[in-house]
Design a binder for this molecule. Sequence first.
Ligand code: NAD
Ligand code: G3P
Length: 345
Amino acid sequence: MTKQMTNDKDIKIGVVGGGSWGTALANLLASKGFKTDFWVYEKEVKAQIEEYRENKFFLPGFFLSDNLFPSNDLIEVVSNKNLVLIVVPSHVMRETALKIAGHISEQTIIVCASKGIENGTHLTMSGVIAETLPEVPESHFAVLSGPSFAREVAAEFPTVVTVASKNHKTAQFVQHIFATPFFRVYTNDDVTGAELGGSVKNVIAIASGIIDGLGLGSNTRAALITRGLAEIRRLGLRLGANPRTFTGLAGIGDLVLTCTGELSRNYTVGKKIGQGQTLKEILSEMRMVAEGVKTAKSVYNLSRKLGVEMPISHETYHILYDDVSPREAVYKLMTRDLRHEMDEE
Ligand SMILES: NC(=O)c1ccc[n+]([C@@H]2O[C@H](COP(=O)([O-])OP(=O)(O)OC[C@H]3O[C@@H](n4cnc5c(N)ncnc54)[C@H](O)[C@@H]3O)[C@@H](O)[C@H]2O)c1
Ligand SMILES: O=P(O)(O)OC[C@H](O)CO
């Protein structure tokens, strides 16, 4: 770390992405006393943060610290920073990262809190960032993941997350920057596992919403979470993740939260589908992003390419994109060939 980082009050932070999670995290950092520059995509979001100290579009009801400086100037926000947090939806990660390429200082630590797998390339966000920002060495990159609804973090409800980096010092630095008495941060070295856990759980959360929308019971949901975790783990093992990550915060932790929490956008999309709405109708009413919708496509194609069995993800994909009825999908899952529970690998 640079000399500047030895004194917290000198640490300069940029946050890229003014959705609910970006706003909650940027405000956490600003409230800790870090001067935080905050890139928001929409001009009206900047204007009303300046006027009301609130992000009424994406995180209504929370006062934002005076230490948070909203801006529409992406380059200014990422320039000369010790730490840049990127938290845009995964489908705009590539275009956003390309715009900041060449403007990241040598010492800057990049933290990514977005969760998703890019369509087409099947890259997680670390892969997209490695391609678009080759000037950022792996040692300066970390992923922040785990069970964390933005509104609950903004309300300062005790929340526990994990920061994964190949470089332990980077993970420890990021841990120190984000930790508060209501936001506990663990370190981890498994970037792949943390990203896959955080991304694929969104697909399983859509499935969980679907079964609740259909009015199926607690047995069904417990089975879905357990078998959903088995397929996340199977994909993770194939891609070199540490299996232990999936029993941690970025694995079972985030999966349980998103499959059971009414605040989840992914669960909510699924629930509405289970109740009979079409995906098109649901998405037309949403300004926020349910990452699992696009990630379902990536997981479907990637798992087929790799030959990894992921039946729940596949049926969720067919419901979303091929008009398969949810009840038919459940029947298909329940009548697959019978097998040994632990035949995983
Ligand atoms: N909200 C949460 O509780 C939460 C928690 C953990 C992780 N995440 C992850 O954080 C990421 C961001 O989600 P969010 O919840 O902060 O956003 P959001 O769904 O609340 O809002 C969507 C965001 O996308 C932005 N946007 C739209 N078009 C854009 C473009 N062309 N370029 C750049 N930005 C554009 C909007 O300005 C807005 O900031 C996602 O990957 C999500 O899975 C969210
Ligand atoms: O609201 P969701 O479904 O995008 O989930 C938000 C977070 O990923 C929960 O950790």
